[in-house]
Every structure is written in structure tokens, then in C-alpha cells.
Design a protein around this ligand. Structure first.
Ligand code: LLP
Length: 423
């Protein structure tokens, strides 16, 4: 459920007409609904109410400070994958004791920053990383709390670029090798083994991959890990199951958070552990849209094109994954339907929001809303073709706030220098 709805033929974000925002802040622009963000967070969190748990919102899905602040106020922790994301989470008032640091390539300065910030734990992805972590922690007189990210070799049945828990993925440690790695961790003086972690992919639309992954991790935990590690003096206190719950972009019917939680809670039975979840998309995906203006229409023998002012630089998902984003008119239209490609201004044939899409024939100046753009939209935006990044707007009831202003041309060259020799 989200708060982007038509009223008398016109799309509203909560109680604000999308047209008004577009007129006042320009296009393209990202618009988020605060009520939707809060609702999604609460529904997800409450679904796990029966068990001790921490929801760590995955910052990579949307890292705008105002959104992170919204989640921090709800009591959310954060799943981060870089020093930059840690900086954002802390700036937004995130509790470091609810921050988990994932990712295969953490650098020394990022690790030091996280150690000095006293985060909850590092999700370690290789033995090399473990050794480095121990050294870096020793260097600054700290002990690094760690979970090992286990790769359970489960097929999440999603796009290959966002499948992470299969053997061939770069992520995690093979389940059968992980006891060895755990033992190594337990022997390192500046590492403290506190948990197990697993994340199998994103935009997962059925329960079975989650259930299978949990069953594999659970079996391993019960049969191998707990006993072996207790002997080494380590105690597993956290089980991090990552993120990945899918949303409805087109005609998917992903499980509702309640069903997802129920399946996980069943799989945890008898385990005395704090559960950690790292949802991203399911919280923010359908809480945001990208509004863009139709610049031109064009047609040749083979195709019709609707050329809009937003492009792959603003929202790269269709270009990168061939993913479907629904496109709706901001003002409903009775115009005849046409089948057209909705494309941006970028000089790449891959720059499209939709291919062969049936839409009411728009006119120059019409506004279109690219729906489900709240996750992996702005965070993956770039300045390609030197387009300033779009603004981000947060709607709250009948008010809205620009929570990131549109970049200027000056912003584009910020930090660039023409060396004296070239002057
Ligand atoms: N935890 C870890 C370790 C992750 O790698 C990810 C996503 C998440 C949590 C959050 O997953 P979510 O709940 O959002 O599915 N750019 C792609 C998605 C990449 C996902 C990467 N990892 C897209 O636009 O579809």
C-alpha cells in the first residue's frame, strides 16, 4: 500500500498534487511519501514482534538523510556497505549499536571508522578480511565484533546481477569452509565472534528461497557451529538473515511481511538468538516515484518514442537490469493508447524507462510518474552526460520538503581543477 493516488483524475502524493511539486521544484524529481515510509517500516518491524530482533534498514536502497532520520526515529538500525554510508547513518542520528557493516571489499580507513564508531558488528566475507580486521583492530586497540557471512548456495530465482547466495557469487564464505574460518576467527585476539550472517539476493518474490537458506544456516548452526565454537569460547548471539524481500513492480505477488516473518520465525524455533534483518527495497521501493516531463514525441516506421527529461542517469534500473517500472500519467488521460518506448536524453541506446509500452498518447509538457522508484533510484543515479542530479522531495500530509536540492552546474565541476600548467 502506498500514498500515491489519483484524486479527480490527478495524481497526489499524500495530500499534495504531484503537478504542483513538479511545477515548483522542476523535473525530473524524486518524490517520497513519509506516511508510506513509516507504514512500510512499521508493518515490517511489527511482523517480527514475537522475536528479539533488530531491523537494520539497508542504506544502499535509499540513503537520503531525511529518510534515514525517519527510520532512526522509528528505532531502526542500519545495514551499511561503506564508510560513506556509515557517515550518513550517523549523521541521521542512527544508533551505532544497531549498525551492521556488510560488503566484500571493506577498506582500512572504513574499518577504522566503524571500529571507532563502535558499531554492532562486521559481516565478514572472507578469511583475508578477517585477518585484516584483526590487524586493524589491534592497531587501534579495539576488538572487532564479527559475523561470518555464509553463502548457503540457494537460488533466489531473481535477476542474476542481484543473486548473491549461490556458489558462483563473490559474496560470503562457502558453508562447508566456514567452520574453519570461524575457528580461525575465534583464535584471533582482536576479533570477537558474535553472529552468523547470510543474504541471498534481492527482489525475491517467493518464500521458498528464504526458507531454504534459513534451513541450511540453521542446520549448520545446530549441528556444527554452536558446539564447535563454544569449545573455542565463542558464542553466536546474532543471526542476520539479510534483506531481499521483493515488491510489486508489475504483476509480481511477493509475500507480505507477515508471511515472510512467520516463515522465518518458524525456522528459528528453539534458538536463543537476536534476529537481524536488512530490508531495503520492501521499505522504500513503493514509497517513491520519479516525475519526469515529456519533451518530444517522435516516430519512425518501426517505433514511436516518448522522449522525457529524466534518463538512465536518474534511474538506471531499466537500463541495467531490463527491469520493469510502471509509468503513469500525472494527469489521467483519455487519449488513444499507443505503444512506445519511453526514453531519456542520454546518448546511449540503453537509455530507456520502458520498451514497447502501451500508454495514453502523451503530449509535450505532460508529466509522467515512474512508479516504484524509491529503492535503488536516486542512490544509483549519476552525472552521466553532465546532468545535475534530480532533487528529492519528501511529502508529509499537505506539506512537502525538498530534502535534497537539485544539483547546479557548479556542483558538477566541484573539486575539478585545471592545473596551472594548462592555464
Ligand atoms: N543486505 C545485503 C547484504 C545486501 O547486499 C542487500 C542488497 C540488502 C541487504 C538489501 O536488499 P533488499 O531488501 O533491498 O532487496 N540495485 C539492485 C538491487 C541490489 C541489491 C544489493 N544488495 C536493484 O535495483 O534491483
Amino acid at each position: 500500500m502506498n500514498h500515491f493516488e489519483y484524486r479527480d483524475g490527478e495524481m497526489f502524493a499524500e495530500a499534495v498534487p504531484v503537478k504542483r511539486i513538479a511545477k515548483e521544484v522542476g523535473t525530473p524529481a524524486y518524490i517520497y511519501s513519509l506516511a508510506t515510509l513509516q507504514r512500510h517500516y512499521r508493518v515490517f518491524d511489527q511482523a517480527f514482534a514475537k522475536v528479539r530482533h533488530i531491523v537494520c534498514f539497508s542504506v544502499k536502497a535509499n540513503s537520503n538523510l531525511a529518510l534515514l532520520r525517519t527510520f532512526a526515529k522509528e528505532g531502526s538500525g542500519f545495514d551499511i556497505v561503506s564508510g560513506g554510508e556509515l557517515f550518513r547513518a550517523l549523521k541521521a542520528g542512527g544508533d551505532p549499536k544497531k549498525i551492521v557493516f556488510s560488503g566484500v571489499g571493506k577498506k582500512k580507513d572504513e574499518i577504522e571508522y566503524a571500529l571507532n564508531s563502535e558499531i554492532l558488528m562486521f559481516n565478514v566475507e572472507s578469511e583475508d578480511e578477517l585477518v585484516a580486521l584483526n590487524e586493524i583492530a589491534r592497531g587501534i586497540g579495539k576488538k572487532a565484533p564479527i559475523s561470518l557471512r555464509i553463502n548457503p548456495d540457494v537460488d533466489p530465482q531473481t535477476h542474476p546481477y542481484i543473486s548473491t547466495g549461490m556458489k558462483k557469487a563473490k559474496f560470503g564464505v562457502e558453508i562447508k569452509k566456514s567452520l574453519e574460518t570461524y575457528k580461525k576467527a575465534a583464535s584471533l585476539p582482536n576479533v570477537d565472534v558474535v553472529g552468523v550472517d547470510c543474504h541471498i539476493g534481492s527482489q525475491i518474490t517467493s518464500l521458498s528461497p528464504f526458507v531454504d537458506a534459513l534451513a541450511r544456516v540453521r542446520e549448520y548452526l545446530d549441528r556444527v557451529l554452536v558446539g564447535s565454537l563454544q569449545k573455542e569460547g565463542a558464542q553466536i548471539r546474532y543471526l542476520d538473515l539479510g534483506g531481499g524481500l521483493g515488491i510489486n513492480y508489475k504483476d509480481e505477488t511477493p509475500p507480505q511481511p507477515e508471511a515472510y516473518a512467520k516463515a522465518i520465525i518458524e525456522g528459528l524455533e528453539g534458538l536463543d538468538i537476536t534476529l537481524i534483518l536488512e530490508p531495503g527495497r520492501v521499505i522504500v521501493g513503493n514509497a517513491g516515484i520519479l516525475v519526469t516531463e515529456v519533451l518530444y514525441l517522435k516516430e519512425n516506421d518501426a517505433k514511436k518514442f516518448v522522449i522525457v527529461d529524466g534518463g538512465m542517469n536518474d534511474l538506471i534500473r531499466p537500463a541495467l537490469y531490463g527491469s520493469y517500472q510502471s509509468i503513469l500519467p500525472v494527469v489521467e488521460t483519455q487519449a488513444e493508447k499507443v505503444v512506445a518506448d519511453v526514453v531519456g536524453p542520454i546518448c546511449e541506446s540503453g537509455d530507456f524507462f520502458a520498451k514497447d509500452r502501451e500508454i495514453g498518447r502523451p503530449q509535450r509538457g505532460d508529466l509522467l510518474a515512474v512508479m516504484s522508484a524509491g529503492a535503488y533510484g536516486f542512490t544509483m543515479a549519476s552525472n552521466y552526460n553532465s546532468h545535475p542530479k534530480a532533487p528529492e522531495v519528501l511529502v508529509d500530509g499537505d506539506k512537502y520538503y525538498v530534502v535534497r536540492k537539485r544539483e547546479s552546474f557548479e556542483d558538477l565541476i566541484n573539486g575539478e581543477v585545471i592545473p596551472a600548467a594548462l592555464q
